[in-house]
Design a protein around this ligand. Structure first.
Ligand code: HEM
Length: 484
């Protein structure tokens, strides 16, 4: 709601806009521009409302690419015409903090999900009830109903037939907590998103992107249930030697989607906060503003950025391969490092065993071993993890080259060091998890470590990000205001 003072101020500026001119600058435009600084939604009160009310200066937002040209041309015009336009929306830090909070909740659910799997609690709830499932059983009778349903599952029949009601309650609560946290993330993310979208606190493209993430949160819930279902299938009872556990493919998809959600929330949150600081006149990643374009177009910086993107992809792939290790309990084999059975790599006939092929002609031998043979899966995870580690070390080593050192933004150098430090921690956690036969606290820390490593990579990429169009626009306006 705009107050009378604000409306009066805006009307005043508009009248002023039609009549004033100073030198070569078209005041029909700049009062509108300066109005942003003087009205109640002014830059002086930037922490409040961050997009000018659309009724103040109507019409379309210039496209991103055209914005700088647009704002410059405003200042260069020599003929008085009323220009009806508005500034692009600059989301406030509240939006950034909300996105970071959501990403922390996703980190939390990734760890809780890992502990749920490691404590073998994930198959304790046999139904998918998005609404009624919010409440756990509240009476003895309700508990008995749930317990009876669990008794019908292959996990109970094959592994847990002597479980007591009390033990059942503890695995039930673990899985229930995981599901409740999932719902909480949905509410914490979608509720404020609707508010920000309705109040136009975020731009249209960002609204679309964030609604895309909401759809992914819903898909993640469905995928989680699809994964659990694979561990409840009766057919497991007919397969000799089968262990009741969820499909490693579905586990990897569920974890991969969680990582994507995390990256989307964390990366966007960081970008929003950085853009806001930039608009308010902060130095860009420790450099002077005028040099942003120059720094980013430097060939060495561009190649560094490409490498950082490739490395982020590699970290993601390594993490996905870890999900296959977890899904097949492949961490319970070859509990030594760096050797596997006294050799750097197990024999080829073990890595590509015909036993895993299902086709008559064994044509599926290669891919089935890669995804279904625990030995091969663990070996691949080692190879990918070692490559990730060496690539992180190489990227960090590049920051010591004098040419790169002087070309890179200072924050990028620090972020590369942080990524390398996190890669060390993650590899150490992975090795100890393996050597100690996957104890729950170490394995959970290793899972959390993969998110921290991804965060370090996203932070590195954000440090080389061009400020957004809205941030550049607002910054220009603030500078003009200060000069005037
Ligand atoms: C860049 C380095 C690494 C990354 C990003 C990474 C990531 C992951 C991820 C995401 C998981 C799945 C966790 C889960 O779902 O519970 C995992 C599992 C695992 N990783 Fe790594 N890992 C790395 C290095 C290593 C190394 C060097 C080793 C040792 C050889 C290792 C051994 C394991 C083991 C044994 C598991 C299975 C743990 C379980 O069953 O919960 N990892 N890794």
């Amino acid at each position: 709601m705009r107050g009378p003072l604000q409306i009066a101020t805006n009307v005043g500026f508009r009248a002023f806009a039609r009549s004033s001119r100073v030198g070569n600058t078209l005041w029909a435009v700049t009062p509108a521009v300066l109005g942003c600084a003087k009205a109640p939604w002014s830059l002086g009160r930037f922490g409040g409302v961050h997009n000018p009310p659309s009724t103040v200066i109507h019409s379309s937002i210039p496209s991103n690419a055209r914005f700088l040209h647009w704002s410059r041309s405003l200042l260069d015009q020599t003929h008085a015409t009323t220009l009806d336009t508005t500034l692009p929306i600059l989301p406030s830090p509240v939006v950034g903090r909300w996105l970071l909070l959501s990403s922390v909740l996703v980190l939390g659910i990734i760890v809780v999900g890992g502990v749920t799997r490691l404590t073998e609690s994930g198959l304790s709830i046999t139904e998918w009830q998005p609404i009624t499932g919010i409440l756990p059983p509240l009476s003895y009778d309700e508990w008995m109903v749930e317990f009876e349903k669990y008794k019908a599952t292959p996990e109970f029949k094959l592994m847990n037939h002597s479980i007591s009601l009390e033990d059942f309650k503890s695995i039930f609560y673990m899985e229930w907590g995981h599901r409740v946290l999932g719902r909480l993330i949905g509410v914490v993310f979608v509720g404020p998103l609707i508010y920000f979208a309705i109040r136009k606190k975020i731009s249209k493209p960002m609204t679309v992107r964030l609604f895309g993430l909401s759809v992914l949160i819903g898909a993640q819930g469905l995928l989680g249930w699809y994964m659990v279902k694979s561990g409840l299938e009766e057919s497991l009872m007919d397969t000799p030697g089968a262990v009741p556990r969820v499909s490693q493919y579905r586990l990897a998809s569920h974890l991969g989607l969680a990582f994507l959600l995390y990256i989307g929330m964390f990366g966007t949150g960081m970008a929003v906060i950085k853009d806001f600081k930039f608009a308010n006149g902060a130095a860009w990643t420790g450099s002077t503003v005028k040099s942003v374009g120059k720094i980013l177009s430097h060939p060495l910086v561009r190649s560094f950025k490409r490498q950082a993107y490739a490395l982020t992809g590699l970290v993601f792939l390594t993490a996905l391969s870890g999900a296959f290790v977890a899904g097949l309990d492949a961490g319970l084999l070859y509990n030594e490092f760096p050797l596997m059975g006294g050799r750097l790599a197990p024999p080829t006939n073990e890595l590509f065993s015909e036993d895993f092929a299902k086709n008559e002609d064994k044509s599926d031998k290669w891919w089935r071993n890669i995804f279904e043979n625990p030995t091969t899966v663990q070996f691949n995870h080692r190879v990918l993890a070692t490559t990730t580690y060496l690539a992180t070390a190489a990227l960090y080593a590049r920051t010591f080259s004098p040419a790169i050192r002087s070309a890179l933004p200072p924050l990028t150098r620090t972020a590369t060091m942080a990524a390398f430090a996190m890669a060390n921690v993650q590899v150490a956690l992975g090795i100890t998890t393996l050597l100690y036969l996957v104890p729950v606290p170490l394995a959970a820390a290793h899972q959390a470590g993969s998110v921290m490593l991804l965060s370090a990579m996203v932070h590195l990429l954000v440090s080389m990000r061009n400020p957004g169009t809205a941030a550049k626009a607002w910054r220009q306006i603030i500078e003009i205001k200060r000069k005037v």
